[in-house]
Design a protein around this ligand. Sequence first.
Ligand code: PLP
Length: 483
Amino acid sequence: MEYQSTRGAAARATAAEAIVAGLAADGGLYVPAQIPHLDARSLLGLEYPKTAARVLAPFLTEYDPAFLLCAAQAAYAGFDGKAGELARTRPGRYYLELWHGPTCAFKDYALQLMPRLLIEGKRLTGESCVTKILVATSGDTGKAALAGYAGLPGVKIAVFYPDDGTSEIQRLQMATQEGENVRVFAVKGNFDDAQTGVKRVFASAQAAEALAQRGEKLSSANSINWGRLAPQIAYYYYAYCKMVENDEIRMGDAVDFCVPTGNFGDILAGWYAKRMGLPVGKLICASNENDVLTQFLSQGEYNANRPFHKTQSPSMDILVSSNLERLLFHVTQDAGQVAQWMDELARTGRYRVPDGVLRAIREDFACASITAPQAAGEIRRVFESEGYLMDPHTAVASVAADRCAREETPCVVLSTASPYKFPASVLHALGEETPQDEFEAMRRLEDISGTRAPASLRALQEKPVRFSRAIGKEDIAREALAF
Ligand SMILES: *Cc1c(COP(=O)(O)O)cnc(C)c1O
């Protein structure tokens, strides 16, 4: 399978080259030149790692299928036997619990597997440089990437997070990370400060040269990398097959998926699944108050010139959703046009697509934007009426699913984080007092809900903090180069 850039000016690449490089040389994102067909019937009854290997194989053609299966088995061994766990709360409503991995957010699905694809990709392409991964994170990506890359040979990783922009649990997850090849920095500022600082290092020729002299090359663990997107296609197939196996639907019936969306990576994986032939009905794009995508999907104008809202669902707080570029390319098949829109976005913060393009997108996507009080109300309502506990990101999608629900069509809400990652917010939503200490909040949430916090989160309280330094945003480049 060949990959091409969404902006058309870079050479085509193999899957391994696309994964090792991250971004294409023209600033575009790599997309597969064709979208393979895969019949869900051929995956019925398979365990999760086998499903993942089978979904990846037609995209990663130069990787040995036996390697892909081994990699998937190793990647999902730490999921407690609950990879692809599907909960049903009432007829027609499901929650695909994607947080049973080591860091309790859905990003583990990609970030436990992608490091293995990177190492093998370096072998296949003969790349001998040390890969230096820089990550700006508002919380979940940072920890998932650290957990995926810690201890890997030929890789170093540095993570930058906003000083007071994460939950206390998220901060401790990162600050206690083990491994010689990892560094973690709090940045005095907000997520945009951290992200801008990291982007500047990627764009700097001087930094690239300094690194080259040490035998290092930069790469990204962000969902702009195809190696992060592709593994996420598998759980759409897996969930669908489970519903068929459990006689909830018949093979061929449409199922809607509702996705709490930030960078548009998770929901785009669902769109690839649909294009591969999975009977997906609508993909419902759920936003919080940062509703730039909802506005785009309803009116055809992407406009990032708007206030940035800090919400209770921080992983969806975003103004520029990178992966939308991939969808625009597939729908228009016009790289020159996509490059022009992205240039407009960079210069003016906005662009508008023609009605025909919007219409084509709306055949597959529905959307809704949900406020924080609505999401909090949903956490409480669903817990009280159905005994099911969810985190603030999942709650946004849960409300959006109700709003966009279609009669007769079952809807799977992607549950992207464990409620125990945000115990204070969840307790607050339930109308309970919220203790200052987040571990106290965790224990109270256990008492109230009768569920158990994931062991990896409970263990944080005992773990030594390794990284406690806060740096200025102007110091990001220096620290990124220094280790
Ligand atoms: C990253 C994240 C999202 C958003 O996913 P995208 O692929 O960026 O759209 C939603 N919920 C949680 C908990 C996340 O960590």
